[in-house]
Design a protein around this ligand. Structure first.
Ligand code: TYD
Length: 206
């Protein structure tokens, strides 16, 4: 089963994943955790270019294509092989991030973006996507306090608001694939809900 975690900045995805992976492994699942951009040696090199604050000249189309380059490599080298042997893949961001950030964030054609994503992924879609939803200002403040600010974090507030609205639209359009969790709650509560939602889906799948 292919499970992705999505959310605006500071939604806490990255800190939720290690305990989640441990929990699912202990429950007997063959779990592989990965992230975007990156997750492969080639993808990690692309990640460095994408997130470098010095790259202020980066054009939106360049950015879109670099995210897809990292994704294509991750799908073929890591995700598909693990799914093919019956494992569970947990991915910190995937194609919906491109639709939310580069599509809704930059107000570009969603159809055009979807076609490029389709090429990059070979049509691979997640079985389950969890939106860790958090108020944009709270999320950005968490980010700044954590000291882990990247090139996209420093975009203006309306950009991040558009991203969050984009996620809401995506979740509404495909309610069977998306589950939304309130990431404004304590990390402990978020972890509890994540475990419940994912375990239920995995058991249904068996
Ligand atoms: P990262 O430091 O991994 O942030 P986070 O913990 O929020 O996931 O940086 C990833 C950044 O790249 C984040 O700002 C979201 C952005 N992004 C896109 O804009 N489009 C994409 O397709 C992906 C995968 C990420």
């Amino acid at each position: 089963m292919f499970i992705t975690l999505e959310g605006p900045e500071g939604s806490g995805k990255s800190s939720q994943l290690p305990p989640l992976e441990e929990y699912l492994s202990n429950a007997g699942y063959d779990v592989l955790t990965t992230r975007e951009p990156g997750g492969t040696p080639i993808g990690d090199q692309v990640r460095t270019v994408l997130l470098d604050k010095e790259n202020t000249a980066m054009q939106p189309r360049t950015e879109i294509l670099l995210f897809q380059a990292s994704r294509a490599q991750l799908v073929d080298q890591v995700i598909r092989p693990h799914l093919e042997k019956g494992g569970v893949v947990l991915c910190d961001r995937y194609a919906d991030s491109t639709v939310a950030y580069q599509g809704y964030g930059y107000r570009r054609s969603i159809n055009e973006i979807s076609a490029i994503i389709n090429f990059a992924t070979g049509g691979l879609k997640p079985d389950l996507t969890i939106l860790l939803d958090v108020d944009v200002e709270i999320g950005l403040t968490r980010r700044q306090e954590g000291g882990d600010v990247n090139r996209l974090d420093i975009f203006e507030l309306t950009f991040h608001q558009n991203v969050r609205d984009g996620y809401h639209r995506l979740a509404k359009a495909e309610p069977h694939r998306w589950v939304t969790i309130d990431a404004g709650q304590s990390p402990k509560q978020v972890q509890k809900e994540l475990r419940k939602v994912i375990l239920e889906r995995l058991q249904l799948d068996n």
